[in-house]
Design a protein around this ligand. Sequence first.
Ligand code: NAD
Ligand code: UDP
Length: 322
Amino acid sequence: MRILITGAAGFVASHLATHFLAAGHDVIGADNFVTGRRVNLRYLEPEPRFAFIEHDVVQPLEIAGDLNWVLHFASPASPPKYLKSPLETMRVNSEGTLHLLELAKRKGAKFLIASTSEVYGDPDRAHHPQSESYWGNVNPLGARSVYDEAKRYAEAATALYGRNGLSVRIARLFNTYGPRMDPADGRIVTNFATQALANQPMTIYGNGKQTRSLQYIDDLVAGIGKLMEANYAGPVNLGNPEELTVKQIAELIRELAGSRSELVYHPLPEDDPTQRCPDISLAQRLLKWTPRIPARDGLARTIAHFREELAQSAAVSDRAGA
Ligand code: NAD
Ligand code: UDP
């Protein structure tokens, strides 16, 4: 197959590109580096079947030759990053999604959108864990709405093209982590891991009782692959239902990093969801998929990766200073 993956210099899409290249497919990656990193392309560029286009996918994109899939993963995803680029976030999920849906239609390709558990907003207790039938509890005007509502629009646009005959998939990703994340992206795992490795204070926002369910990247990649094979146009949750409080996540990362960091408390960001856990019964039934990697194992692998990456960048700055 020939697959276009937008956001290929980012965390999730660079892993997907690796996966499809290893399976023998041709991959075209597109990215404008708004939150992605050139270092993530180093895993892909040695592959002769990988091609990269530096492009802002808010602008129409033309691809010469055949195309079997468009996987639209381009979008800032970390709250501090999308709050810093709010308009870019709205545009890549709205205009960008429309252009890429049109591209898929022109090419006779299938289309998959990376949506998010944020479409559920701050879920109420009656809808915990969250299943795909829940319409969500989103503040349409708050700071986070630039991401949440843009993803809801992206789903609506994808569903429309699906009703009009395009073969589409909607993956609702829950918090996913692993190697190749930008250590400075401000998300929970990156902040806690880099702080713990440096024995710096670990910054818990709010009282730390809010929950998240952390999925390791390899499980997500397997789930996306299976969703592409399933002929199902509705939304599908992909996440790990192992639900932990933010404080438990901090303590686990501190333990795994062998750190002496203290836990410090900072104000809770606006509209930060109080609980989040996927109901994955649809994915289990439809895709015969279930996440395999517990938080303890995935976090240990991720911390080891950050330890190495941070040591390498310290060595580079030492050499530059010498
Ligand atoms: P990331 O920031 O690491 O990667 C996003 C990539 O998209 C970056 O390389 C960025 O430069 C690129 N990009 C953004 N706007 C672009 C544009 N206009 N043109 C071209 N490239 C552009 O984030 P990620 O965690 O890898 O997330 C990837 C996708 O998965 C996003 O759509 C995100 O909303 C979704 N998602 C991720 C998670 C998660 O926990 N990681 C959870 C839910 C949904
Ligand atoms: N969080 C935290 N300290 C940090 C970073 C994040 O306590 O240094 C909390 C954040 O308030 C949220 C959870 O961890 O409750 C997950 O945050 P993240 O930014 O990773 O993603 P979200 O799930 O909110 O989109």
